[in-house]
Write a protein that binds this ligand. Structure first.
Ligand code: 4FM
Length: 257
């Protein structure tokens, strides 16, 4: 898959995409990230990409012309149509489902805004989809684009090894992830749950699903109502609830009740 990023901070975007699983996916040629800087397509002697906002007010707005020229150059370097995503708090919330759909496309482009916004006419004519990574305000679209590159890049075939496989992810089945434990078995902070040491793979899978159901119920009940539960999962969650009601309180109860 190829991802083209239109940004005034191309070095930052390349560095974001160069680390960890996604960096390795690029080395293995499963993913290609290219950057386009609108500043390079500005035509006046100051290489301006922004101007003041009609209607008044303090902020600057990214102008149509440098962006249109940049996007034309980007699209001219593509054999196929390119699905252009604009990142902003006004977009549809990004979900793992949307990430999975984007990951199946051969090519997407991410448009990163700066200043107070991008000229609405450019957005209306060029953008296929507006996405938000969450209800908070960043100073530009770059970090949101980096989130998309990471989430989409790690799903490319061969990017994850067996241990990391995407089937194990939170949300892959609409539930939160179960707890994980590393060495040592016994510590002053507590012991690893015994079932995880039992070698009984069926019992371990059952425990993990129960924990996933229980945590989703405690922390993200909205996800459970979306998903609905089959009879075995409902029974497991009931078991979790009974154990949860009779457990000793923990620090996290301050936050989650
Ligand atoms: C976006 C600042 C465009 C300026 C932003 C411009 C964001 C988010 C975000 C900031 N993007 N999810 N939340 N962008 O805050 O995606 Cl011109």
């Amino acid at each position: 898959m190829r991802i083209d990023v239109v940004s005034l901070f191309p070095d930052f975007m390349r560095q974001c995409a160069a680390v960890g699983v996604v960096g390795r996916a690029q080395q293995r040629e499963l993913l290609q990230v290219e950057t386009w800087n609108p500043r390079d397509y500005a035509t006046d002697r100051h290489r301006s990409v922004d101007s003041s906002s009609y209607g008044g007010g303090p902020g600057m707005v990214m102008m149509i012309e440098p962006l249109r020229t940049t996007l034309a150059a980007m699209r001219a370097a593509a054999a196929e149509p390119v699905h252009l995503v604009y990142l902003s708090p006004q977009g549809t919330r990004l979900t793992q489902g949307r990430v999975e759909a984007l990951a199946r496309l051969p090519r997407i482009a991410l448009l990163c805004g700066r200043y107070e916004g991008v000229d609405e006419r450019l957005l209306a004519h060029e953008v296929d989809e507006e996405l938000s990574i969450g209800d908070y305000v960043l100073s530009g679209g770059e970090l949101a684009a980096a989130v998309v590159i990471d989430a989409v890049g790690r799903l490319q075939d061969g990017a994850l090894n067996d241990a990391q496989s995407a089937e194990q992810d939170s949300f892959s089945d609409g539930l939160l992830d179960c707890p994980h434990y590393a060495k040592p078995v016994h510590d002053a902070l507590g012991s690893v749950p015994e079932v995880l040491l039992s070698g009984d793979h069926a019992a371990i899978a059952r425990w993990r699903l129960k924990q996933s159901l229980g945590r989703t119920w405690l922390r993200r009940p909205d996800l459970l109502s979306q998903r609905g539960l089959d009879a075995p999962s409902r029974a497991l969650l009931d078991e979790f609830r009974r154990e949860h009601a009779s457990r000793r309180p923990t620090r996290q109860d301050d936050a989650t009740g």
